[in-house]
Write a protein that binds this ligand. Structure first.
Ligand code: C2O
Ligand code: CU
Ligand code: CU
Length: 495
């Protein structure tokens, strides 16, 4: 199981560059970049995936027990098309309940991974936990499926890099830390028709941090897989847990041999809490073509990209700008120590490249403030101190079944996010465009349709959210997973 180290003992290291691993770490850029397997349907439109424990080699020469979809971390990549209704049967063979959420999905509410809508391994009973940070004493709200649940994804949405991950009430952070996350790519004709890099030059990159115990198991400030919520949480854990090992597609600081050509990199920050400021050394730019929810209207060039948890940046990097033999390193300039490196690209050969980045990409209807039928404020703030503290929205810890808002289907609203800390705010179902930060224009990295926005300390961020697809119960929450588990979440009902 996860090592039983208390937050107190780990507070000092967690306050620095994150939890420190207790085993010798590999030299960076020696492990080849893995590409997650592509899921195969059992019959057209139907997939099955099993959540199970498996021993995998993450740190060369040692094994780590992961909890993964099909026993892999990341889980398999679902490569799907817009409008093709897909059913994924998720079978749980883990010792804990799970709930699977498709992040960025326009999904009916009963398939959205509601935190109390659980799948429990066959033959295991389920007892709702007592206590916890959320006020979920109203036990009538729990539902559970024995063995498996069919999640239905109509995918009536534009091409985008989505991802799926665990969403269990109070336990999302430790369960994702152990490996429950993977990609789901939605493709469509609009995106396919563009001359962007394709095939092996179109790569999803899941970036996340972890720490390891001496025996190779994941290190996390938890007892029995539970973040120490009740035993008195130190500040270091309150802020969110970071590790000192950066994984890309599950491998520590990997290396990839590339052609001297353009590559489309679908960057996902799947970390629980860590933010990255990505840059290329010795040089190079990221030409952003897509955001969380698909193509931008026009490309945006960045020297650095700051990426909060759950954000996606779809970028094109041109390795032909470097002579063959160059090593191009993706670094994280916010990181210290080993967390400063992410991965390396080794430019190994000249190659034909017919790709380019057109000046016009996707159709992005610019939203206007005057389109909004309502304005709502969501204040992301800590209440209380130390062990009594919690993270709240509008002063309230999460209460399942008590919606904070009731937007109408088909309308657009201004949602204003205020905060006391870094909170990557994520809205289920609704897609949004960033309108302003502190009354000023949004950042270049805010472009396009988003589902997660990096709200920085004491910032006021206005977004225009459009509610389309389904009526029903959805969630808004902070995507620092420890904050989500510490109740920084709320329901809203689309009516
Ligand atoms: Cu990716 Cu409700 O989360
Ligand atoms: Cu989501
Ligand atoms: Cu937060």
């Amino acid at each position: 199981g996860l090592a039983a180290a208390g937050c107190g003992a780990l507070a000092a290291e967690a306050a620095g560059e994150g939890l420190r691993s207790a085993l010798p770490l590999p030299r960076p850029f020696t492990v080849p970049l893995p590409v997650p397997a592509t899921a195969r349907p059992v019959r057209p439109g139907h997939y099955e995936v099993v959540q199970r424990a498996a021993e995998v080699e993450i740190i060369p020469g040692t094994t780590t027990e992961v909890w993964g979809y099909d026993g892999t971390f990341p889980g398999p990549t679902f490569d799907l098309r817009r409008g093709e209704r897909t059913v994924i049967r998720v079978r749980n063979e883990l010792p804990v309940p799970t709930s699977t959420h498709l992040h960025g999905g326009v999904t009916p509410p009963d398939s959205d991974g509601y935190p109390t809508d659980l799948v429990v391994a066959a033959g295991r009973g389920f007892r709702p936990p007592a206590g916890g940070h959320s006020s979920h004493h109203d036990l009538t709200r729990w539902t559970f499926h024995s063995g498996a649940k069919d999640y239905v994804y109509p995918l009536d949405q534009r091409a985008a890099t989505l991802w799926y991950h665990d969403h269990r009430m109070d336990f999302t952070a430790p369960q994702v830390w152990r490996g429950l996350a993977g990609f789901l790519l939605v493709r469509d004709d609009e995106d396919d028709a563009l001359p962007l890099p394709k095939g092996e030059r179109d790569l999803p990159l899941m970036i996340c941090d972890r720490a390891f115990e001496e025996d190779g198991s994941f290190r996390y400030p938890a007892v029995d897989g539970t973040l120490l919520l009740r035993a008195g949480v130190e500040d270091a854990c309150m802020e969110g847990v970071e590790g000192d090992v950066i994984l890309v597609n599950g491998a520590p600081w990997p290396v990839l041999e590339v052609d001297a050509a353009r590559y489309r990199l679908r960057l996902l920050n799947a970390s629980g809490a860590r933010r990255y400021r990505l840059a290329l050394t010795p040089g190079g730019r990221f030409v952003q073509v897509g955001s969380d929810l698909g193509l931008l209207a026009a490309p945006v060039a960045h020297d650095t990209i700051t990426m909060a948890p759950a954000e996606r940046f779809d970028v094109v990097v041109d390795f032909s700008a470097h002579p063959v033999g160059t090593e191009v390193t993706l670094v994280n300039t916010l990181g210290t120590g080993p967390a400063r490196d992410v991965m390396r690209f080794r430019v190994t050969r000249r190659a034909r490249d017919d790709s380019r980045v057109p000046q016009r990409l996707g159709d992005v209807e610019p939203l206007d403030r005057s389109a909004a039928v309502a304005t709502r404020v969501f204040d992301f703030r800590r209440t209380g101190q130390g062990g009594g503290g919690s993270w709240t929205i509008n002063g309230r810890p999460y209460r399942p079944g008590v919606p904070l808002a009731r937007p109408r289907l088909g309308t657009t609203e201004v949602w204003r996010f205020t905060s006391d800390f870094h909170h990557p705010v994520h809205v289920h179902l609704g897609r949004f465009q960033v309108l302003s930060r502190n009354g000023r224009p949004p950042a270049p990295t805010d472009a396009g349709w988003k589902d997660t926005v990096d709200v920085r300390p004491y910032e006021v961020v206005d977004v225009l959210v459009r509610f389309e697809g389904y009526r029903g119960r959805y969630m808004i929450h902070c995507h620092i997973l420890e904050h989500e588990d510490m109740a920084m979440m709320a329901d809203f009902d689309v009516v």
